[in-house]
Write a protein that binds this ligand. Structure first.
Ligand SMILES: [Zn+2]
Length: 319
């Protein structure tokens, strides 16, 4: 075997994806290689300040790991956080599940990481960036990423970047009203897509229909596959609502690829076959996008955070 070329030191960035209960992190090389991966709890039961402290500690430990094992410390960091994010100013504005308000995350992280550049991103938009560039949308110039989880969100991909909107609210497809007389939504409207077609909505509907309070969306998908008529009905309602919301989105955005992720997408063709048919049935003049399952799973946010960090460096060089 030929001796391995000595690659040290290895230039890398810190990528950190902060979720409600857990954080995923990686050290990412210039070629996108994951050089080190780690997970840690947010500690949200101890309050918002403790969460911010655990993010900063995690980042500092990742920096130290790079120094020790990769021969140098990270040259930049990218961090994805939930809720409302002011990416331009690096501020984590609000997250209902973590309880913080107006945390100057970029500044705090920069101070803990020896002054390296830090990018802050919204979790779904950051995950969408990764799906669009290196995941299911690879090569698509226009895409829409829609994860169907506890709620429904969206990331609008345009020419390699994600459109955040003028106020950071672009892509909130979960709050498109598809049934004006539908269930109340936490946002204050009624019949939002998220109340009808999120994994949580399907879980609720199937728990009620099956009489088993523990039954969830994955159980519903299994029951659909075995031909249970009650499950088929619950599933059809969700798919119809989802198709209605997606057709509104594609009428507005004309994406080339529509990437569907989150817990509900794990049902595979049980979801995708009827969904493609329902979308096709609804469109008239609109062009049908390629409808594809997300490819990166729950690593999308972390991989996207790494892309944000590397983007920051290439922007700095060219600026
Ligand atoms: Zn809503």
């Amino acid at each position: 075997m030929p001796p391995r070329a000595k690659l040290f030191p290895v230039k890398h960035v810190i990528a950190l994806d902060v979720g409600g209960t857990g954080m995923k992190a990686a050290l990412v090389g210039a070629d996108g290689a994951l050089l080190y991966e780690a997970r840690r709890a947010t500690g949200r039961e101890r309050g918002a300040e403790a969460v911010v402290e655990s993010i900063l500690d995690f980042a500092a430990d990742l920096r130290a790991y790079g120094e020790e094992h990769l021969g140098e410390s990270a040259v930049a960091a990218g961090v994805a956080v939930p809720g409302i994010v002011d990416a331009e100013n690096g501020i984590a504005v609000y997250a209902s599940n973590l309880g913080w308000r107006d945390v100057p995350m970029r500044q705090l992280l920069g101070e803990r990481l020896g002054g390296v550049p830090v990018a802050l991103g919204h979790d779904v938009r950051t995950g969408g960036l990764a799906e669009g560039r290196i995941g299911a949308g690879k090569g698509a110039d226009r895409f829409l990423f829609v994860p169907l989880g506890t709620g429904i969100a969206g990331a609008i991909g345009i020419a390699g970047t994600i459109e955040a909107g003028a106020h950071g609210y672009a892509g909130e497809i979960g709050h498109i009203v598809v049934r004006p007389d539908g269930p109340d939504c936490s946002c204050g409207q009624r019949g939002c897509l998220e109340t009808l077609a999120s994994a949580s909505a399907v879980s609720r509907a199937w728990a009620a229909a099956s009489g088993d309070p523990e039954a969830d969306a994955a159980d519903c998908a299994k029951a659909v596959e075995s031909g249970d008529p009650a499950a088929v009905e619950v599933w059809r309602n969700a798919v119809d609502a989802l198709a209605a919301g997606l057709v509104t989105a594609l009428t507005l955005l004309d994406p080339r690829t529509l990437i569907i992720g989150g817990g509900l997408a794990e049902a595979g063709e049980t979801l995708f076959t009827p969904l493609r048919a329902a979308v096709e049935e609804r469109v008239t003049f609109q062009k049908l996008p390629h409808i594809a399952p997300a490819a990166l799973g729950d690593t999308a946010g972390c991989l996207g955070a790494g892309l944000l960090a590397w983007d920051l460096l290439s922007t700095e060089v060219s600026a």
